[in-house]
Write a protein that binds this ligand. Structure first.
Ligand SMILES: C[S@@+](CC[C@H](N)C(=O)[O-])C[C@H]1O[C@@H](n2cnc3c(N)ncnc32)[C@H](O)[C@@H]1O
Length: 279
């Protein structure tokens, strides 16, 4: 994947780039069940909005890793602007190499629409690495768009091929993995799923989390997003890309009906290697 669309979106100040956007992030934060002093990792942190949101609510230490320099550049600005450089560390990751962290160094790990778009080998490597860097009993929470049951394999292959060509990324997993396949994959990698509801079925949470963010600093994060959005509307090159992607998105508008967005909450338990359980 070359992530050409994500590189463009980073320059437009995009945040919460996953199904159900900010609402899904609120639900994910609630599921993380954060405690003071915990070490928390986000894989695929994008422009850093979720990291900042968590840091403004909970006294935890955060690390964010992403492949794209364009995303990290915005995330670094956001963290600096919010005065959170002592609480959030960012670094660039690379595809298909182990995470640059020691074993058992995190209490919680989370992703938002990162695992679900990988090819089979990368998804398995990522899960193995998440298992390794989590402390025993640690929690992994992720919101992902996965294939609905019953979609023909050739339809999935066609959608993903077009997504890779037009946007540089897949709609969902390379393999036709549905919910039972994902649950088996998690189990094989040593995770016990404690919940996996459809995001569309969950009650709305905005403002109901027990801890409120610090309003002044959150405002700075939102101001950065707005400023980048505005700048992108005044930039001729980005405006051209915007027009092109709008047309492409229109062509792909039906693809979303084949996926469902779920919020997985998983506990690191014990690895039972069972080839037969692999999807
Ligand atoms: C769909 S975007 C979601 C971004 C962010 N999580 C959000 O919700 O706004 C996927 C992000 O994951 C990053 N990514 C994909 N594969 C990754 C990997 N193996 N390691 C780190 N980041 C990755 C991409 O660069 C991109 O920023």
């Amino acid at each position: 994947m070359n992530y050409q669309y994500l590189r463009y979106l980073a320059r437009t100040g995009i945040t919460y780039l996953h199904p159900h956007r900010r609402e899904a992030t609120e639900l994910l934060i609630a599921q993380l069940d954060l405690r003071p002093g915990e070490q928390v990792l986000e894989i695929g942190c994008g422009s850093g909005a979720t990291l900042v949101e968590i840091a403004l609510r909970y006294p935890v230490q955060l690390r964010g890793i992403d492949l794209l320099e364009e995303m990290l550049a915005v995330a670094r600005r956001r963290v600096r602007l919010c005065g959170l450089t002592g609480r959030i560390q960012l670094q660039q990751g690379r595809e298909n190499i182990p995470l640059p962290f020691a074993d058992a160094s995190f209490d919680k790990v989370y992703c938002e629409s990162v695992l679900g778009i990988q090819d089979a080998a990368s998804a398995q490597l990522m899960l193995g690495e998440i298992y390794r860097v989590l402390k025993p009993g640690g929690r992994f929470v992720t919101n992902e768009a996965i294939w609905k049951t019953g979609i023909p394999e050739d339809r999935i292959a066609t959608i993903n091929r077009a997504g890779l060509s037009n946007f540089g990324l897949r709609q969902a997993s390379e393999e036709p993995w549905t919910l039972p396949n994902w649950l088996a994959l998690f189990r094989t990698h040593g995770f016990t799923a404690i919940a996996c509801p459809l995001l569309a079925d969950l009650p709305r949470t905005s403002g109901t989390l027990p801890v409120r963010p610090q309003p002044g600093k959150r405002w700075r994060s939102e101001a950065l997003t707005r400023m980048l959005q505005l700048k992108s509307l005044l930039h001729p090159g980005l405006l051209r890309e915007r027009r092109r992607y709008r047309q492409l998105l229109h062509q792909h508008r039906g693809d979303g009906q084949f996926v469902e967005a779920r919020l997985f909450t998983l506990l690191k338990t014990r690895k039972v290697f069972d080839e037969a359980a692999l999807p």
